[in-house]
Design a protein around this ligand. Structure first.
Ligand SMILES: Nc1ncnc2c1ncn2[C@@H]1O[C@H](COP(=O)(O)OP(=O)(O)OP(=O)(O)O)[C@@H](O)[C@H]1O
Length: 362
């Protein structure tokens, strides 16, 4: 039900500048693209989304969405005329309306007759798996249920741009995977900006990652590239992870090169699911000879380079990176070109579904 309503156009071009907040951000999105915006507290992420939504008017804004000027050249379209929907951390449903009325509110405000708006609301509630909660008020919903209703309300307005500001942050950790899975389906062909602190959200949902620091964009690139080879301080703090892409076969991740990796799935991953193995380089050991006999993953690799990392060394290879002590690096006499075996316990490997079509995910 999403694709028929998704207009074809040129996507989003935006520049937002606020002197008071010391924010100057420029961003472009192709139609249908999902971009994750990551950054530390106070970086300017909320300023960006509230300005795009039309809720905050910065000193300067130039925003064009699918060929329509939302802001700039003397124009400042009010929030309800932008075709932009914002879903925040808290569902912010109207407490006196039931779920159906909450979802119907958007189409009603856009002039859709009462009955058609109700029908649209029921379709969306059904699509998001909460049709049976249509008569409940927000106080009778769990956090996850309320967030599904809030998402239905956002989508029922048929937005051309969807803004998600930490949509899973207020949810119980046990509910987050389910909502992430739902979002993966819903966002597949939608132009979306997802503000998140969570690397997994970026991996599972985003085509591209933009890192914002001190009110400026400091990184912008494909998700896996930014997360594995961060160039900014914040990028390095949240990422610097080993990400190995493949798809599931017989309960293991198998890479396009045929490497099979055991790990702990974050959710049920049926055969064929595009998957990314996430490993911290600190959990990867380096051996010159293949160790035998233990239930561990062993990967043959060639060292590409070695980087000092405090009292450790980051051993970069063509497969994954390992962080080992200076003493062991010296003992192993490692250098670029050395063939090694990387060893990691299955319990230290998290297997997460990847966005279909993500680079490297087969
Ligand atoms: N209402 C406000 N009035 C003035 N300055 C503000 C206001 N809200 C935020 N700021 C300032 O604007 C800058 C950007 O803040 P913003 O809230 O956009 O960051 P953020 O990346 O969303 O942070 P967080 O992750 O904590 O939500 C910060 O310097 C912040 O102190």
């Amino acid at each position: 039900m999403t694709s028929a309503t998704h207009p074809v156009g040129s996507g989003l071009t935006a520049r937002i500048r606020s002197e008071e907040r010391d924010v100057d951000l420029a961003l472009t999105l192709a139609t249908g693209e999902t971009v994750a915006v990551l950054g530390p507290n106070g970086a300017g992420k909320s300023t960006l989304v509230t300005a795009l939504a039309g809720l905050l008017r910065p000193d300067e804004a130039s925003i064009r969405l699918d060929g329509t000027v939302l802001a700039g050249d003397g124009t400042w379209l009010p929030a309800h005329r932008r075709g932009v929907a914002l879903l925040a951390q808290d569902a912010l449903l109207f407490p006196h309306l039931d779920a159906r009325e909450n979802v119907a509110f958007g189409p009603r405000s856009a002039g859709v007759p009462r009955r058609a708006a109700r029908e649209a609301a029921e379709r969306w509630l059904h699509d998001l798996g909460v049709a049976d909660l249509a008569d409940r008020r927000p106080s009778e919903l769990s956090g996850g249920q309320a967030q599904r209703v809030a998402l239905a309300r956002a989508l029922a307005t048929e937005p051309r741009l969807l803004l998600l500001d930490e949509p899973m942050a207020a949810l119980d950790v046990s509910v987050a995977p389910e909502i992430r899975r739902l979002l993966r389906r819903v966002l597949a062909d939608r132009t979306t900006i997802l503000v998140t602190h969570d690397v997994l959200d970026a991996l599972a949902l985003a085509d591209r990652v933009v890192v914002v620091e001190d009110g400026r964009v400091v990184e912008d690139g494909p998700t896996r590239e930014v997360l594995t080879r961060p160039r900014s301080a914040f990028g390095a703090r949240i990422a610097g992870l080993d990400l190995i892409a493949g798809s599931m076969r017989d309960g293991r991740l198998v890479t396009p090169d045929g490497l099979a990796i055991d790990g702990t799935p974050s959710e049920p991953l049926p055969d064929g699911t595009p998957t990314v193995a996430v490993v911290s380089p600190a959990d990867v050991a380096v051996h010159l000879d293949a160790p035998g006999g233990s239930p561990r993953n062993t990967m043959s690799a060639t060292i590409t380079h070695l980087e000092p990392f405090g009292d450790h060394v980051l051993v970069r290879t063509d497969v994954a990176d390992a962080r080992i002590t200076l003493a062991s690096a010296a003992e192993l006499d490692l250098s670029p070109g050395t063939r090694v075996h990387l060893v990691v316990k299955a319990t230290a490997v998290a297997l997460h579904p990847a966005r279909p079509g993500a680079p490297g995910a087969s």
